[in-house]
Structures are given as structure tokens and as C-alpha cells.
Design a protein around this ligand. Structure first.
Ligand SMILES: CC(C)(COP(=O)(O)OP(=O)(O)OC[C@H]1O[C@@H](n2cnc3c(N)ncnc32)[C@H](O)[C@@H]1OP(=O)(O)O)[C@@H](O)C(=O)NCCC(=O)NCCS
Length: 118
């Protein structure tokens, strides 16, 4: 049964500005494992795209949960990669939920959609 859906659209330029202004932003949004993946990208625009995509996906999960980010924290959500390169999302404490996520980017935006199945 579908429990919730969420979508979020982010401007890459906004994320770039936040990262430059606040050096703790990435640490707040990404888990340690996700920061490890980020560090593997040497290209700055790819790094911004990566952070924006993860940020959008986590906000979309907050919407799909119906609570927004707050009750669930950015650090409770982890996005890893499937063997085919697609994103896989887990929410700590809600392991019984099946979370479907899709991420896309353009030159200016990142977008993510989440569906939660119970
Ligand atoms: C995967 C694919 C659909 C991505 O589409 P795109 O238009 O290039 O890029 P988008 O910005 O829309 O999407 C990128 C996101 O798709 C997601 N993605 C990547 N592979 C995926 C897959 N197999 N399934 C689902 N989602 C995938 C990732 O989240 C990625 O963003 P991230 O790396 O920051 O997490 C496309 O590149 C494709 O079909 N590739 C086929 C496989 C391929 O070309 N392999 C190359 C080596 S043979």
C-alpha cells in the first residue's frame, strides 16, 4: 500500500551559495557515507549537483512521510547506490517501509521524487 509521495525541486545555484556561506551545511545534510561518495567527485559542479540531488531527495522523503524534515532528520536518511547506479534510500527507525526514490538534474536544477510503500 502506498503510504505517501513527495517531490522536491532545488536550484543548484542556491545550494552552491549555501555551501560557500556555511561550511557545515554538507555535514548537516549528508551522512558520513554520503560525504565519502561526494569526496570521490573532483568536479565542483558535479559535487553541487550531487549535494542538491540528495538534499531534494531527503526533503521529498519528509513530504512523503507527511512530517517534513524535523521529526526525521537529514542524518536519519541515507542514500546509497544500487548495483545499476540508481539511488536507494533508507530511513533509520523505519526499516519496515519500502522507499522508492528517483533523482534527476539539469544545468540549473535538481529534482527528486519519493514514494513510500508499507
Ligand atoms: C541512468 C540514466 C537514466 C541517467 O539519466 P541522465 O539523464 O543521464 O541523468 P539525470 O540527471 O536525469 O539522472 C541522474 C541520476 O539518475 C540516477 N540514476 C543513475 N543510474 C540509475 C539507474 N540505473 N536507475 C535509476 N536511477 C539511476 C542517479 O540518482 C543519478 O544522480 P546521482 O548520480 O547524482 O545520484 C541514464 O544515464 C542511463 O540510462 N544510462 C544508461 C546506463 C549507462 O549509460 N551506463 C553508462 C555505462 S555503459
Amino acid at each position: 500500500m502506498i503510504k505517501g509521495i513527495g517531490i522536491d525541486l532545488i536550484e543548484l545555484d542556491r545550494i552552491n551559495q549555501i555551501i560557500k556561506r556555511n561550511d557545515r551545511f554538507v555535514q548537516r545534510i549528508l551522512t558520513e557515507k554520503e560525504r565519502g561518495q561526494l569526496a570521490a567527485y573532483k568536479n565542483e559542479s558535479r559535487q553541487i549537483e550531487f549535494v542538491a540531488g540528495r538534499f531534494a531527495a531527503k526533503e521529498a522523503l519528509g513530504k512523503a512521510m507527511g512530517t517534513g524534515i524535523g521529526k526525521v532528520s537529514f542524518q536519519d536518511i541515507e542514500i546509497s547506490r544500487s548495483e545499476h547506479g540508481g539511488p536507494e534510500m533508507k530511513l533509520h527507525g523505519y526499516e519496515h517501509l519500502k522507499i522508492w526514490v528517483s533523482i534527476s538534474h539539469s544545468e540549473q536544477h535538481a529534482i527528486a521524487q519519493v514514494v513510500i510503500e508499507e
